[in-house]
Ligand binder design. Structure first.
Ligand code: 6R9
Length: 644
């Protein structure tokens, strides 16, 4: 592996001091920053060059690389083959049951071309939306890239999401096609997927076809005329297709994420700016050498990390990646380490919840494997506690490699705050500083930057190329959610709390809104509450995120039951946990449900989650003076009527 050099060009502290014009309302990026991004865009092949780096005149909707045209799939696949790298492995794929596939860039081009021709044969045209719910199999990547090649915005829905969650995402995006599989392997078992997607598509007449990958071979329900097998339709297609260029701002994908209300938001990303920053951050943060590195990001393609750091960033950079289908403990707890050893993984990018799970299983498990190939470790998804950081560096990184904590969001598209390899001494648990080209600040309630040793809200005070372009179909929600909180300053409000340390480095402190972070997955309290109250037995529900040693936060729900016949037979809390899993997905299942006679509310009727969090975390209950009825906490503390 090449020596990891020092790329650090950091803004000073405070960030505006380093020769950068203070932003006005919805601040215009300075010339240096634009020149920087213009250089980064040269990482890509443009069919037509841009005439302007940034048009921010319609802020907060940005247009990056104005007038430029490119094809995202061509950039991720074809150009590498044309440059003589067709035999390079794009993916070493490992199936959960132990089957493997090796996909070179030449293979990838053929597969993507065939899939693109198949989508064309179904009458899909640029701008049409395609929903994808697939396990972590190569066809997931082929499908995304085929969409990108044709200018069809994809909406990938995590394989663990329920039919109801899939249905609402299909409806919101008005998808014409759904790509799915017969089933998926989960912890050694083949579980149905098509049967679930059929439940979702029963009520979505806009879906004209369902394209089904055969993965597990299990029986599937079938609708003649609508349903098509991938191996019949796609495999019969010509393996050549000439890509067309699209505008830099052509929509690339929609990805739904939880907000503070019950309804997920469709985060919209476009092509040129997104791919520029995906390639830049992936190349720079991990100091990637495409000729030497073997890179593995353990995310699922259903999340933004999978989009940016399994598919778009790595492929734009001609990376050789590992892709793994299953869970970390199938068939045994050393599976990840076995894979690292087998392929000589040099860059490993995972989430704190995975690291804490490894810690729980014990350090003797990684010790059985040769992990000496590892050169860089990354972390994403939630704040990494210093203990997990040190364990990760010691037991996976042999106490010799950089551990990079990367802060970013579905909305930012790509990494924004992270230390760089070769930079100043790493601080366990700190994402440290914005990347070159990025500007972030911590501000107080009034939008004033706080000082060293102080905490506040994390904001992004300059536009960036991979920023979201909006919330699909809901411009007002875009402005309201991200740009109204610090409208006077023109800052993007990230929803995270953060602190500057004495060196001016940034420490992320977690969400400041009603969004929980469970194993790195964003789930809003409102979403779980509305799932709970959709059950006939529930009159009212309040949900909080309580600290959890493994998952970061865990969902704890307080419910008031309806009287009379609505009460289900059996243990009501079990019934309700299953109900939430069915409504949203197993990841949203509360760890604990407490049945209570009342909920603590303010005089204006707002549920005081702070107090419920105290209960959920077994703490002394804090200040109750703003409660409408201070005595309710006695009832709640007195313990649940039943269950849990
Ligand atoms: C990439 C991704 C975004 C939220 C974000 C923050 C939390 C992610 C973090 C982190 C502290 C990190 N988050 N990375 N918090 N340190 N390194 O996770 O996107 O699923 O949209 O979640 O996750 O709270 O606001 P997404």
């Amino acid at each position: 592996m090449s020596p990891r050099s020092d790329h650090r060009v950091r803004p000073g502290f405070p960030p505006t001091a380093a020769g950068e014009a203070a932003p006005g309302p919805l601040g215009q990026a300075g010339d240096d920053r634009l020149a920087f991004w213009a250089r980064q865009a040269e990482r890509l092949h443009w069919g037509t060059g841009w005439t302007r780096v940034l048009d921010w005149s319609d802020a907060p909707v940005a247009r990056w690389f104005v007038g430029g045209r490119l094809n995202v799939a061509y950039n991720c696949v074809d150009r590498h083959v044309e440059a003589g790298h067709g035999d390079q492995v794009a993916f070493h794929w490992e199936g959960e049951p132990g089957d493997t596939r090796t996909i070179t860039y030449a293979d990838l081009r053929r597969e993507v071309c065939k899939a693109a021709n198949a989508l064309l044969s179904l009458g899909l045209r640029a701008g049409d939306r395609v929903a994808i719910q697939l396990p972590m199999i190569p066809e997931a990547v082929f499908a995304m890239l085929a969409c990108a090649r044709l200018g069809l915005p994809h909406s990938v829905v995590f394989g663990g999401f329920s039919p109801a969650a899939l249905q609402s995402r299909i409806e919101d995006a008005e998808a014409r096609l759904l790509i799915t599989s017969d089933g998926q392997y989960r912890r050694g078992r083949a579980e149905p997927m098509k049967a679930n997607t059929d439940e979702a598509t029963r009520n979505t007449p806009g879906v004209e076809h369902v394209l089904v990958v055969r993965r597990t071979g299990i029986d599937v329900p079938w609708t003649d005329g609508r349903d098509l097998w991938w191996h019949e339709l796609v495999d019969a297609q010509p393996d050549q297709h000439t890509p067309e260029d699209f505008d830099a701002e052509h929509p690339l994908f929609i990805l739904y994420t939880s907000g503070t209300t019950g309804r997920p938001k469709g985060i919209l990303h476009t092509s040129g700016g997104y791919l520029t920053q995906a390639a830049y951050t992936h190349g720079t943060v991990f100091n990637l050498d495409p000729d030497a590195d073997v890179y593995w990001c353990t995310a699922d393609i259903g999340w933004i990390t999978g989009h940016s750091y399994i598919v778009y960033g790595p492929l734009a950079n001609r990376t050789t990646s590992v892709m793994y289908e299953g869970t970390p403990h199938t068939p045994h707890e050393g599976r990840h380490f076995e894979i690292i050893e087998k392929y000589g993984v040099t860059i490993y990018y995972t989430a704190p919840t995975v690291i804490r799970t490894f810690m729980k299983w014990g350090e003797d498990i990684p010790a059985r494997y040769d992990l000496s190939s590892i050169g860089v470790l990354g972390s994403v998804g939630e704040p990494i506690n210093p203990e997990a950081w040190r364990w990760y560096r010691k037991h996976i990184g042999g106490d010799r490699v950089p551990v990079l904590d990367t802060w970013w969001q579905t909305e930012t598209g790509t990494i924004m705050i992270a230390p760089l390899p070769g930079g100043p001494a790493a601080k366990p648990g700190s994402a440290q500083a914005p990347l070159p080209g990025i500007s972030a600040k911590i501000v107080d309630d009034q939008g004033r930057q706080v000082g060293k040793g102080e905490s506040g809200y994390l904001v992004l005070d300059q536009p960036w190329p991979s920023m979201l372009r909006g919330v699909w179909g809901d411009d007002d929600r875009y402005r309201e959610t991200y740009w109204s909180r610090f409208a006077a300053q023109g800052h993007y409000f990230a929803g995270d709390g953060a602190r500057y340390d004495e060196d001016g480095d940034i420490w992320l402190l977690g969400r400041v809104d009603d969004v929980m972070n469970v194993s790195g997955h964003r789930i809003s309290t409102a979403e779980v509450e509305s799932a709970l109250v959709s059950h006939p037995a529930v009159a009212e529900a309040a949900v909080v995120g309580a600290s959890d040693a493994t998952t970061g936060q865990a969902i704890v729900a307080f419910v008031i039951l309806r009287g009379g016949t609505a009460r289900p037979a059996g243990d009501v809390t079990d019934v309700l946990r299953e109900h939430v899993a069915k409504e949203i997905g197993p990841i949203a299942k509360p760890r604990q449900i407490m049945v209570v006679p009342e909920l603590p509310k303010t005089r204006s009727g707002k549920i005081m989650r702070r107090l419920l969090r105290d209960v959920a975390e077994n703490r002394e209950v804090g200040d109750v003076t703003t409660l409408a009825d201070a005595s309710v906490m006695q009832f709640i503390n007195a313990g649940p009527a039943d269950g849990s």
